[in-house]
Design a binder for this molecule. Sequence first.
Ligand code: AHM
Ligand code: MG
Length: 339
Amino acid sequence: MLANPATSVTTIERFILEQERNFPDATGELSNLLYDVALGAKVIASAIRRAGLVHVLGSAGGTNVQGEEQMKLDIFANETLKNAMCHTGRVCVMASEEDEQLIPIPEQYSHGKYAVLFDPLDGSSNIDVNCSVGTIFSVYRRVSMEGSGTMADVLQRGSEQVAAGYVLYGSSVMLVYSTGRGVHGFTLDPTIGEFLLSHPNIMTPRVGRYYSVNESNFARWNRGVQMAVRGFHGDTPERIKGKKSRYIGSLVADFHRNLIAGGIFLYPGDEKNPEGKLRLSYEAAPMAFLIEQAGGGATDGYRPILSIVPDRLHQRTPLVIGSHDDVVFVTETIKEFGP
Ligand code: AHM
Ligand code: MG
């Protein structure tokens, strides 16, 4: 009997369970961890939707470890994710872009086999103007033996991730994740409060339509990056066809559009900030894990993002990420024109 589309939907829970069935050794812990993240995302989504109504907008008055102004919703999102995961016995340690130090699991709870890192509310300067923001998460299997997780658990090479994903709080709320077996997208149905499978097996086009970069930094980039972006402008048609420019300034939103439609996102280093702006462990590595699963690429201009071993928690990295051929074009142009 054919399923009626209105009565047969695939929830994120059913999808993860069905994927797990293909792996008889799976204990279900990672699946449950993903539900925990999904639950946190629903709570955050609901707070974002109400933000304009309940006067939670504006600065909380503090600054985070990068010296940036913290919004109230950043703090709320950070606490929500910690609370969604700390008590479950699935996680041994956490790290967040909003916390300077590692986040230990409170004594009363048991320690699990996963280390989780997250950027609880990325692009938060967009909240005041009602534009899209996101949550990014990354999961590693612990390498320390037992008890509380350590720095070694969170400072692993990006290729060691066992899962990564993001939640986009946009015109609809989407959760996109991968456990290394394709990239799958779910859209939150607010009427039933469930993430439903809407984008199975996402593959990004090999050549993109869009390029996304903050061009106000153009004068400070090295010549290689400038030449690559000039290529995207259409100035060097003998090297590459020009593209359309799209930039929101919210990594999750820019990344998501490019993932689906094809495109490239760049946040290069410049004279002032040679390491760029974005964080390796909270932003670049999880997005790199996803884009590689979707057939694209991610580099810091010289080496694959997933090959980099972080040496500190809040390390920054230049990021070039998106459609495969466009990323190759940028790396070759940087090699040719150099700094
Ligand atoms: P945040 O983690 O403090 O929110 O900053 C990260 C955001 C990214 O979402 C976005 O890609 C980038 O900062 C935009 O930076 P800029 O305003 O310099 O273009
Ligand atoms: Mg961020």
